[in-house]
Structures are given as structure tokens and as C-alpha cells.
Design a protein around this ligand. Structure first.
Ligand SMILES: [Zn+2]
Length: 380
């Protein structure tokens, strides 16, 4: 299996693009970033913000927040560096963790207003079930809600400007990475977040569209009436996760209390939802043969903080690819699902080409139910 020659990302990553030298798109974005005239982008940003900056009586922009290091950085930066008054909007994830709630409270303690939106959980449960059984991604509605709910609030509160963090297509690679996009709209959302399954398709599975109002992207007419514009902060200033982390930690933001989240390398990402850190990343692993630790180690390599061979050692030492049993009982209870159905569903989504199978073609698992991967990045 092919891995990027600069980082350790495999070719199985969805929409992965390698150049002729075997270097992935995300690694090439690092080089492209160096060629960007950042002072010109900063001037561009200033000119845009001037159109939205008010007298402080009301909010000037919406910052979609998870309470994570990056969204807290966005809120602080938009206020302290750019003189805007942000309204923070949070989509309550599938299963909010204690540290996730603490970090949202941290934001309010820093002087921000926060709206937390949690839609109808009965309907949400149906969507989690569809995500898990049909798409192999238990957090499917969460991927949608984090993008639609802030836009809903923008329309309802008539606050046209939304400031998103990094453009994941540019930072981590994808078909839109070459375009240098600076805005997020319905097309971006449908292309990169929906996994090819629209919310309206859920009607066939018994979901009533009236019960998932918050998850639907508002109609174009409302978007245009309010003039909703979503910009990526990462387009206007270079994105640096370590800078973001250091700023928020210096102000009292909380790391994951028990060390790295299951399957991850670090203790500073995906802290807000139990199932993103636990199950979602595991499902990604069985489908594509890599998980969260790989993502995080690639970021370290691209930032020049780690060599490729160090990252390989750390990947092998990480918990990536281990079944996150800790979260399974809660998850099964939430969906009313048996452990047998849970395991059969996981096996159905497992790409057998990536894992060791016996002579009969059955997946080989150890005593803890863990798979054995066939491929790991090798030192060059
Ligand atoms: Zn790479």
C-alpha cells in the first residue's frame, strides 16, 4: 500500500491525491502556504471585517465552536486581534463529555456569549442509527450539525458573518485544496460532509423532516436575505494548531484528563464527543486502515516538529485501531442495539484487503477483538 513519502498518510484516505513524487496534497499545501502573500491576505481580511464591525451593542460575527483548542482560538483572535464581537454557537454533540462541557464554560469565562443548540434527540438517534448501519459513521448527523446549526442561528439572529477555522480541504488535502477557497457554503457542505447521503434521504428511514429543522441548511432565499457569508480564518492567516493550543492552554483551557483519547496520539483534540473520539475514529480505521493518531502525527510532521520515522514509531506505540470498548455499552443503550448486531455491522464495514484474514476469509481478531493491519508506513 502506498503512503505519502513526506508524511505517513495512506492512499486509502478518501479523495487522497498523490503527486508524481508520491507526496500527498496536504504536504504540498505546506509548500503552497509559504508562497502565499499573508500580508496581502491580512489586508483583504481587514477590509472585509470593516464592513461587519459594529459598535459592540450586538454581535458582529458568529464563531461555530466545539470548545476545542481551535474554535477557542478563533473566538479569542476575532475579538482580541481583529476587534470583533463574536457570538459563539455550539452544536451539542452526540454525547458531550465532561471536559467538553468544561471547555465551553471556559469560553464564557473568557467573556463570550454562547448559544448551545441541541435538537430533538429522538430524531437525532434515528440519524445516528442510519449513520452507523448504512454509512459506517455513527457521527454522521454531528458532521452535519456542526455546519448547519451556526448557519441557522446566523439566519435567525440576522448575523451575516460566520468565521470558520481552517479549510480542511486545503490543510489536510482534497479536491478543493487547489482552488484556495476562502468560503464555506451549501455546496462545500454537501460535497465534503454529507458522505453522499442527504438528510432528505433519511425520510425513507422514517425520519420526519420536521423533527430535524436545525440540521437542515437554511433555504437559499433566507441565506441571501441575511447575506450569510462564511469565511475560513485559515485563509487569511496561516493555520497553526500548536499556536492555537498554546494560547488557549495559557488561559486555562483543559486537555483530556486521562491522556490521549482512544485511538489518538495527543490529548488536545476531539475532546467534546465521546463517540467521535471513541467509535467514529475506529470506524474510519476499519474502512480506511488508519485512524486519528495518523492524522495527528501527519500534522506534526508537516509542521516540522517530528520526523517521518519518529512518527512511525509513535504510531506503532499508539492505541490507534483498538476497539474502544469503553464507549460501547453507552452506544448500544442509546441505539437499543445488541452487541451481536454492533459487531456484525463493524465487520460489514471492515475493508478485508487491509486486515489479516484466515484461510476462509474471516477477519482474524485478538482476544480483545482487535484486528491486525496488513500495512504500516515504512521508513524510507
Ligand atoms: Zn503527506
Amino acid at each position: 500500500m502506498q503512503f505519502c513519502r513526506k508524511c505517513i498518510m495512506p492512499i486509502t484516505r478518501p479523495e487522497q491525491v498523490f503527486d508524481a513524487e508520491g507526496v500527498c496534497d496536504a504536504c504540498n499545501s505546506v509548500a503552497r502556504k509559504r508562497d502565499i502573500d499573508w500580508s496581502q491576505r491580512a489586508a483583504e481580511f481587514d477590509a472585509i471585517l470593516a464592513r461587519y464591525r459594529g459598535d459592540g451593542a450586538r454581535w458582529d460575527c458568529i464563531i461555530p465552536v466545539s470548545g476545542g483548542k481551535d474554535s477557542c482560538y478563533q473566538a479569542l483572535t476575532m475579538r482580541d486581534k481583529y476587534g470583533m464581537k463574536p457570538l459563539c454557537v455550539n452544536h451539542i454533540p452526540c454525547e458531550l463529555t465532561e471536559v467538553g462541557q468544561k471547555n465551553l464554560t471556559f469560553l464564557r469565562d473568557q467573556g463570550f456569549d454562547l448559544i448551545q443548540v441541541g435538537g430533538n434527540r429522538k430524531a437525532y438517534r434515528q440519524l445516528v442509527d442510519i449513520g452507523f448501519r448504512k454509512l459506517g459513521d455513527c457521527c454522521w448527523p454531528e458532521h452535519i450539525g456542526i455546519f448547519t446549526i451556526p448557519v441557522r442561528i446566523a439566519v435567525e439572529f440576522r448575523i451575516p458573518l460566520l468565521i470558520w477555522g481552517e479549510n480542511s480541504q486545503f490543510e489536510y488535502g482534497g479536491p478543493a485544496s487547489r482552488k484556495g477557497n476562502n468560503f464555506l457554503d451549501r455546496n462545500w457542505l454537501e460535497q465534503f460532509q454529507m458522505l453522499g447521503h442527504r438528510l432528505s434521504d433519511a425520510v425513507h428511514d422514517g425520519v420526519n423532516m420536521r423533527d430535524i429543522y436545525f440540521l437542515e441548511y437554511p433555504p437559499d432565499q433566507q441565506i441571501h436575505e441575511v447575506g450569510v457569508t462564511g469565511l475560513f480564518l485559515g485563509y487569511f492567516e496561516p493555520w497553526d494548531t500548536e499556536r492555537n493550543r498554546d494560547l488557549v492552554l495559557s488561559l486555562g483551557w483543559n486537555r483530556n484528563p486521562g491522556g490521549p483519547v482512544e485511538g489518538a496520539y495527543n490529548d488536545i483534540e476531539n475532546l467534546d464527543c465521546k463517540w467521535i473520539g471513541g467509535l467514529h475514529d475506529y470506524m474510519k480505521f476499519i474502512k480506511f486502515g488508519y485512524g486519528r493518531a495518523t492524522d495527528q502525527l501527519c500534522i506534526e510532521i508537516r509542521a516540522g516538529r517530528m520526523t517521518r520515522s519518529e512518527a512511525i514509531d509513535k504510531l506503532i506505540a499508539s492505541s490507534e485501531g483498538q476497539v474502544p470498548w469503553k464507549y460501547v455499552p453507552d452506544f448500544l443503550q442509546f441505539l437499543g442495539m445488541s452487541e451481536a448486531v454492533f459487531e456484525t455491522t463493524l465487520d460489514r464495514f471492515t475493508n478485508k484487503m487491509l486486515f489479516v484474514c484466515d484461510d476462509d476469509g474471516n477477519l482474524v481478531k485478538d482476544a480483545h477483538g482487535n484486528l491486525q493491519r496488513k500495512f504500516l508506513p515504512q521508513p524510507l
